[in-house]
Design a protein around this ligand. Structure first.
Ligand code: AMP
Length: 188
């Protein structure tokens, strides 16, 4: 990660680490979780660079970025493994603006949308936005399949162990349901 995100585990001056929950947003900020995934063009590099891009997102602050994970594609055969991670952000952007901003990052990384489930240089999904439930044609939050995917749940729980998914309860409670999906934490 870039130096810009190096403060993500540091308490603000004058506060002790124990006294503040770093994921609790200040006034006018929102807590968003974003899933990162890539399986083309040096996916390790893509996800690392995407983490750097999230650290410079407009009106937002990258709080935490999970480890990188290697995962087998879910629901598709004959594709390269994915590299996945999950990021936590504080943002002043409303949900749709945040989604558009994430799409702009995807485009910068040369994302091609050739067909549904096609391999991708970078895929960014908005998983959670505070505890809001949004069901619009362009945006569904919580991401409708996040609780069924080890490549989301495992990195999400690494950075937010107590995470709740609105309408689905504790994220940790869904782990047994994805226990057969192959996922490997990378120690780099
Ligand atoms: P994908 O190609 O799998 O990344 O899906 C992107 C499409 O899903 C776009 O048309 C988005 O508008 C839509 N979408 C709906 N909800 C979400 C979400 N929570 N995060 C990302 N894309 C979403």
């Amino acid at each position: 990660m870039s130096g810009r995100s190096a403060d993500r585990h540091q308490p603000a001056s004058g506060e002790t680490a124990a006294a503040i929950d770093l994921l609790t947003p200040p006034p006018d900020r929102h807590l968003a979780f974003v899933a990162l995934g890539a399986n083309l063009d040096d996916p390790l590099h893509q996800v690392r660079a995407a983490g750097d891009a999230l650290a410079t997102l407009a009106d937002s602050r990258l709080l935490r970025l999970s480890s990188l994970y290697r995962t087998a594609p879910v629901g598709i055969r004959g594709q390269p493994d994915f590299i996945n991670a999950v990021a936590a952000l504080h943002t002043g952007l409303p949900p749709l603006s945040l989604l558009e901003t994430l799409f702009a990052v995807e485009r910068r990384f040369g994302r091609r949308r050739e067909f549904h489930h096609s391999p991708r240089t970078l895929d960014l999904d908005l998983l959670l936005y505070d505890q809001q439930i949004i069901d619009s044609p362009r945006l569904r939050v919580p991401h409708p399949r996040m609780h069924l995917r080890a490549f989301v749940l495992v990195p999400l729980l690494e950075i937010a162990p107590g995470c709740l998914i609105p309408g689905r309860g504790s994220a940790a409670a869904w782990l047994p349901a994805v226990g057969r999906q192959h996922i490997q934490r990378l120690t780099l």
